[in-house]
Design a protein around this ligand. Structure first.
Ligand SMILES: [Zn+2]
Length: 361
């Protein structure tokens, strides 16, 4: 493993990339400084290190994602920020730590998510099959996608069952709406959008009770994970204290995860965590490459996810077109590759490190 000092340097560079406000949204300046101050180290690195410490071979990791984006028109309209990040993280956790990822999304988005997940090379199977695949003699690299209830009581019950049944080593949210202290989920623009959202908070509450590692990745202040800096966000976000629905709770979610990653686009936050995993494990083949991003974004639009900003069915995310997401991932990959090369030359890496191996995809 690279030295802690070196990892901190790489982590700074990755954080500067995930907080680069290419889309001009302005939210990141309200989120990152507070999250960073509280974490005391680069955020993507903090998440990657927490995953390395907690995830064991053949261990299950839960990843919650999915944002039904125009539910007043049709609850099956959902956005491309989230699912690609979840797929990229699932791939890195499987390849790097031999984990079995189970992705949770709204019931009516399960098929769509499966298409995106298979774009990173993981065959979507039932959880039992995916767990069995981890011990298969003939290689089969698998993950699972399960629907999670929008009904509160059902969600509570399911969360209890699932955590007990699969004993996940970590639970991660990527662009997943979180409930405020009144139980309501909001858009970053202050509107209430509780009804059609899976109540994924209950997976986290169950995990927290059992001492399981929890990580939230978000970009607006209204996602699971933001409870980490709730006090600060309530003061500084436009709808932090006062939302538009009158519930009186504001948009900031209540659940407090162990780690929070704030990024300009939630997918980019997940890619940053993947980049840090690649650096920690000295495995540049774990990086989410630009070619892989292209495939994932195309498959996302083929699966009928929309760009949440433009409202078109197109292979971009949060208003940023595919070619820019791809260029961005080249930049992120090169940052890790150059850092590991430099460390290798200085003799700072493990013997037999795979830092020079060209990304496989
Ligand atoms: Zn409200």
């Amino acid at each position: 493993m690279p030295t802690q000092e070196m990892l901190l340097e790489i982590g700074e560079r990755i954080d500067s990339l995930i907080t680069l406000d290419v889309p001009s949204r302005g939210a990141i300046k309200n989120l990152y400084p507070y999250a960073r101050k509280k974490a005391g180290k680069p955020l993507a690195l903090a998440a990657a290190q927490a995953l390395c410490e907690s995830v064991k071979e053949k261990g299950v990791v839960f990843i919650a994602t999915g944002w039904p984006d125009r539910p007043h028109i049709n609850p099956e309209i959902a956005e491309t920020d989230g699912p690609p990040g979840a797929a990229a993280l699932a791939r890195a956790l499987h390849r790097g730590l031999k984990a079995v990822p189970i992705i949770f999304i709204e019931e009516n988005l399960v098929e769509k998510m499966a298409i995106v997940l298979e774009a990173v090379g993981l065959r979507v199977l039932s959880p039992e099959e995916a767990i069995a695949a981890a011990s298969s003699h003939a290689p089969i690299h698998a993950a699972s996608v399960l629907g999670f209830p929008t009904d509160r009581e059902e969600a509570k019950e399911r969360a209890k069952e699932l955590v007990e049944k699969y004993s996940p080593r970590a639970v991660v949210a990527i662009e997943k709406g979180g409930m405020n202290d009144k139980g309501y989920i909001h858009t970053s623009r202050g509107a209430e959008t509780t009804k059609d959202m899976a109540k994924a908070d209950y997976l986290f509450l169950e995990a927290i009770e059992k001492g399981i590692t929890t990580i939230g990745i978000g970009d607006g202040g209204n996602e699971i994970g933001m409870g980490f800096i709730k006090k600060e966000l309530r003061e500084i976000l436009p709808y932090g204290k006062k939302c538009l629905c009158g519930c009186g709770g504001g948009i900031v979610p209540d659940t407090v995860t162990d780690v929070l990653v704030t990024a300009v686009i939630s997918n980019w936050g997940a890619y940053g965590v993947v980049a840090c995993l690649a650096a920690i494990l000295e495995r540049i083949d774990l990086l989410h490459s630009s070619q892989l991003e292209q495939r994932v974004l195309w498959r996302s639009s083929d699966a009928r996810f929309i760009d949440g900003i433009t409202g078109f069915v197109e292979p971009g995310a949060d208003g940023i077109p595919a070619r820019i997401n791809m260029a961005y991932l080249d930049l992120m990959a090169e940052t890790v590759i150059q850092a590991l090369r430099y460390a290798g030359k200085k003799g700072l890496l493990n013997k037999g490190a795979r830092y020079l191996k060209i990304p496989v995809e």
